[in-house]
Design a binder for this molecule. Sequence first.
Ligand code: SME
Length: 160
Amino acid sequence: MSEDLRIPAYNLSHQQRYQELIPQVQALVGGEKDLVANLANIAAALHETFRFLWVGFYLVQQDTLVLGPFQGPVACTRIAKGKGVCGTAWLERRNIIVPDVEQFPGHIACSSRSRSEIVLPAFRDGEVFLVMDVDSEELNHFSEEDERGLMEIIHIIEML
Ligand code: SME
């Protein structure tokens, strides 16, 4: 069986592209129990659909976030709790949209090409167990539309 993604047309709104993508993500991960395999395919599906600069996951290991599956330029491997956008989203247990990374105190610049960013934590048994990080080369790239679409993907991950 072909695993090809039907990539939503690039001229559709973000909301429409999430609508087309999310059932496919559900199908892609539905039959697989391995978290890393599923996160790898989700990163690839988001990267192909939106051509984000960087999309991937940091997994909680004790008091640190450790780099997990991603698509894009090489990235920092470890982020302490409370550090950068990712560590802050973990500490404060909330989604963070950063319209301009230069305006976020303590932002960790893994790629100098990243201009804006969104980070969403995923929860298991009430604790953050990973964060999804998405970076764009454009300023102010992420809207509430993205937050809603990515939240649906976070919910799929939380159900795995
Ligand atoms: N910018 C992030 C670090 C991760 S990389 O962008 C992939 C942060 O400040 O947490």
